[in-house]
Write a protein that binds this ligand. Structure first.
Ligand SMILES: CC(C)(COP(=O)(O)OP(=O)(O)OC[C@H]1O[C@@H](n2cnc3c(N)ncnc32)[C@H](O)[C@@H]1OP(=O)(O)O)[C@@H](O)C(=O)NCCC(=O)NCCS
Length: 402
């Protein structure tokens, strides 16, 4: 009997056994509850074999910042195939059904974070945002001077009572940072759940400090403390509207009583902290892959962002998984907006759809991909000019894994 791919009609609890098996380690009750809160049942696609659930992929309806604006983006999540049914093409069928549904829903991009990075490029996803994992020993916490830092008051507050105003500040900042998506109330709760930071064993509850200037909220940080072995502060997020507040929050987080170091798993790769630390070796940054982007409708995706400088280019896109994207696209854009139409004239550049996904939010540069032989230039100068147009002043960053 053939395996059927279709929309899920069951309940959240019906998925649990499959997800437990697929991810090999049982989820905690807190994790299940956190995921249940954000799950969108009508967007779950499943594979069924003789009545048994054997595969699943879910979708979140994100509103994500792209250069110059925001777009509806399908957040791909909870991807798993039952171990007894692996390597028979079920994931491939699930991905195709999901991306077709995303296209029909009018979302020009899909996005995900990958447990294993080699899985998704074959389905057209490119690595579009990375971040740094850092560990700063307390002895190396010295920062360069920051004007106004002493005008900022750091105050410990109740996490839940301050959830809405901190989330409002974060959502405002998210508009300026490609790759961040808006947190509605469900995501605000999810972001403080035990599911979000890696290791909560032997750790304190999530704590919140706010930064204020003259009583006005200018930033906040969420963190845990941990006394095991070398005790440390585990920073989950820091958001601030200005540099003085950002530095004041970090100054507080880098100087914990009784603990010897500060850890942050997801720091933006261009976070000012990396330049402010007097000892640039101190944080020992490790680059981690963050957001993977898949153009689902190339024309709408390219027309949906702005460009750092005027650009007029024909890009030939290879896409053997979603054939409607394959072909030549005429992009005319600039700082105020863009149009993008399918054309038949000769192309200036050729690249694979996964590489278009990789550069879409501004990282890495098209020229870098060109040097790696991943972009073919047919018109002299087109690569450098298009690369400048795609670049962004701030690197894309995903602050909330999904
Ligand atoms: C990853 C997973 C979903 C793959 O499902 P699957 O049904 O076995 O995948 P398919 O048979 O459709 O494979 C499609 C392609 O991806 C490749 N692939 C699948 N899983 C892979 C992996 N873990 N590493 C490398 N390649 C992988 C296959 O070789 C195949 O390649 P091909 O088309 O060139 O032959 C499944 O192994 C799983 O559930 N793993 C544990 C949970 C997990 O990691 N989920 C991903 C969360 S981000």
């Amino acid at each position: 009997m053939a395996i059927e791919i279709g929309q899920f009609s069951g309940e959240w609890d019906d998925l649990l056994e499959l997800l437990d098996m697929a991810f090999s380690s049982p989820w905690t009750d807190a994790q299940y509850e956190a995921e249940r809160g954000i799950w969108e049942r009508e967007r779950s696609v499943v594979a069924i074999d003789d009545g048994q659930l054997v595969g699943h992929t879910g979708t979140f309806s994100h509103r994500m910042s792209v250069p110059g604006g925001q777009l509806p983006v399908a957040g791909v999540t909870m991807v798993g195939v039952r171990p007894t049914h692996r390597r028979r093409g079920i994931l491939r069928d699930l991905m195709r059904a999901q991306l077709t549904a995303v296209h029909e829903a009018g979302e020009p991009l899909a996005a995900l974070t990958a447990s294993e990075p080699v899985i998704y490029p074959r389905f057209g996803y490119g690595l579009a945002a990375d971040h740094q994992e850092i560990v700063v020993p307390k002895v190396s916490r010295a920062l360069r001077p920051v004007a106004g830092i002493d005008d900022i008051r750091i105050r410990y507050v109740d996490l839940r009572e301050n959830l809405a105003r901190c989330a409002e500040l974060r959502n405002r900042l998210a508009l300026e940072r490609p790759g961040m998506f808006q947190h509605d109330e469900r995501w605000q709760v999810y972001a403080i759940s035990d599911n979000v930071t890696s290791s909560t064993a032997n750790a304190s509850k999530l704590r919140c400090v706010v930064a204020e200037r003259d009583g006005e909220l200018t930033g906040f940080a969420y963190y845990r403390t941990k006394r095991a072995e070398k005790g440390y502060v585990d920073v989950q997020r820091v958001h601030a509207v200005d540099l003085a507040s950002h530095a004041a929050l970090w100054r507080y987080l880098l100087e914990p009583d009784l603990l010897s170091q500060t850890h942050c798993e997801m720091l933006a790769s261009d976070d000012p902290l990396l330049d402010l630390l007097l000892d640039p070796r101190a944080p020992s940054p490790i680059t981690r892959d963050g957001l993977w982007i898949r153009p689902v409708d190339v024309g709408r995706a390219l027309a949906g962002r702005t460009y750092a400088r005027d650009v007029d280019v024909v890009i030939e896109v290879a896409d053997d998984f979603l054939p409607w994207n394959a072909g030549r696209w005429h992009l005319v854009g600039g700082p105020d907006g863009a149009t993008c139409e399918s054309v038949s004239r000769d192309a200036d550049l050729t690249l694979d759809v996964r590489d278009l996904g990789a550069v879409y939010l501004g990282r890495p540069s098209l020229e870098r991909l060109g040097r790696a032989g991943l972009v073919a230039e047919h018109t002299a100068g087109a690569l450098a000019a298009t690369a400048q147009a795609f670049s962004t002043s701030r690197l894309p960053f995903l602050d909330t894994g999904f």
